[in-house]
Ligand binder design. Structure first.
Ligand code: ADP
Ligand code: MG
Length: 470
């Protein structure tokens, strides 16, 4: 068998041996170039494939080829086709050109005759992965557009309308509670409705999933899960900074998807250049597409948002109360929602009780802990909640999931979030190393229940007073 035939045979064997995503991403399209000084020279499509084959997959490929050829061989991989745009975009110093201009130029260059992604792809619908569940309320039509978020919104719409054909990757960044997750999920909903395989995942869930995959030795499944996405949306990507294994894996996921022209969307609480421990190669990928920020909404849009929420619940709120709400939460719509829910809870008890006075005192209470500069610790929250619910500290922070313990735990998470400055991760750590998504889920559950459960609301107020020593 000559060298060329040996490569062809080895190539076919590798297709059977490697998992599909790996093979498709790194080896498909590889071609025999020749033998130079006893070294097999193989042409590959881009520098990512070359690096991957030269380092990670080298032993694997060499073993198969040596077996087929009947003697030990060495290989060298060379790029034989032009690198994909991300490579040149990420490395070169295109420098000062305004981003939009640059992107438009590239788009014009890249225009080809490919049909849109959702028409290219026909594959059976997969079950969404559990972490990937979307909030049905996070849609474009429930997103109030204004000057502070219109660029982010327009970009998101363009991507949803034409995934992987407009801005790729797309990264939106901004402070807490400004609608990043809402926008990501709005894109996800729209792409899903068109039959695309959409994976939405908070980066911490990605990390957990990876850790489990490594532990259970099924990284092939892990890769297939993320690399088969048509649209991958990773929320709170800032949390991967400093985590080596996650960054490494995400880098390859990113390249695999990008190479195959799949859409990548990221949200972060800051610009990639402000993520100190983010690997440079990821930073340049993230910055290689469109990056937009999202700012706190102006007063008028806060009014509009509260108005929309009230209308959705078929509820009339005095205009003065709506104004007060909008005035009280200038920088965070999630906080605005928290306050709105408190007022709604009162209104459920007695709609006539919703007066400007009542609103004023409710909102004042909401702000009190921080206004008073009272420093509440996680331990205080946990101790007081445990006492009120008659559960032990050990159970509260442990694994048991019986009704009362579970509710106490969720209430404690909610109060920890309201009263302390702890991050979701720190709160999760306090409760036996739970993930930040679990904490968020707990808090949201309490917020939702507060609406229709005056008993719970009273309980939480008592606990809160107790914590604050009132
Ligand atoms: P982030 O991910 O930026 O922290 P979220 O997307 O979770 O923020 O938004 C917090 C809450 O505020 C959500 O309930 C979301 O629906 C709501 N929200 C944020 N921005 C808007 C907007 N422009 N219009 C309507 N609701 C919004
Ligand atoms: Mg978010």
């Amino acid at each position: 068998m000559d060298a060329h035939e040996a490569w062809e045979a080895a190539f076919n064997q590798l297709e059977l041996q490697l998992d599909r995503a790996n093979f498709d991403t790194w080896l498909r399209g590889a071609s025999f170039i020749g033998v130079e000084e006893d070294i097999f020279v193989i042409g590959v499509r881009n520098t990512y494939a070359r690096d991957m084959l030269q380092h990670r997959l080298y032993r694997n490929v060499r073993r198969v080829l040596s077996d087929v050829y009947g003697q030990p061989v060495e290989l060298r991989f060379e790029v034989r086709k032009p690198a994909p745009p991300s490579g040149s975009r990420a490395r070169s110093g295109e420098g000062d050109m305004p981003l939009f201009q640059l992107l438009d130029q590239q788009l014009a260059q890249e225009q080809d005759d490919l049909p849109p992604l959702h028409q290219q792809i026909r594959r059976p619908l997969r079950e969404p992965i559990p972490e990937s569940e979307l909030n049905p309320r996070f849609t474009f039509d429930r997103f109030v557009v204004n000057g502070s978020n219109s660029i982010a919104y327009e970009a998101a719409r363009a991507i949803a309308a034409n995934p992987a054909r407009s801005y790729n990757p797309y990264l939106v960044y901004g402070g807490v509670g400004l609608g990043k997750t809402h926008l990501l999920q709005a894109i996800a909903h729209e792409c899903q409705a068109r039959g695309l395989h959409v994976v939405y995942i908070p980066s911490e869930a990605f990390t957990n999933d990876l850790v489990n995959a490594i532990r259970n030795k099924n990284t092939a499944m892990f890769r297939d899960k993320y690399r088969s996405a048509d649209v991958l949306l990773v929320d709170d990507i800032q949390f991967i900074a400093g985590k080596d294994t996650t960054q490494e894996e995400f880098f390859h996921t990113f390249n695999a998807l990008y190479t195959f022209n799949r859409q990548i969307v990221l949200a972060s609480d800051r610009h990639p250049r402000e993520m100190a421990t983010l690997e440079d190669r990821l930073r340049s990928r993230f910055e290689g597409g469109l990056v937009t920020d999202i700012q706190p909404p102006e007063f008028e849009s806060r009014l509009a948002i509260v108005g929309m929420w009230a209308e959705e619940r078929g509820m009339w709120l005095p205009p003065q109360v709506i104004r007060m709400l909008a005035e009280h939460a200038p920088n965070n719509i999630r906080e605005l929602e928290g306050m709105f829910n408190q007022i709604v809870a009162k209104a459920h008890q007695d709609i006539n009780s919703v007066t400007p006075d009542m609103a004023a005192s409710t909102l004042q209470r909401y702000h009190q802990p921080r206004q008073h500069g009272r420093h509440v610790t996680l331990t205080q929250v946990v101790e007081v909640v445990a006492r009120h619910y008659y559960v032990s500290l050990r159970d509260l922070c442990g694994k048991k999931r019986t009704g009362r313990i579970n509710q106490a735990r969720q209430v404690a998470m909610y109060l920890a979030r309201e009263l302390t400055d702890s991050s979701l991760n720190q709160i999760g750590d306090m409760f036996g190393g739970r993930s930040h998504t679990t904490v968020l889920h707990g808090c949201n559950k309490v917020m939702e229940e507060l609406d229709g459960d005056p008993g719970l609301r009273a309980m939480i107020e008592r606990i809160q007073d107790d914590i604050l020593g009132r």
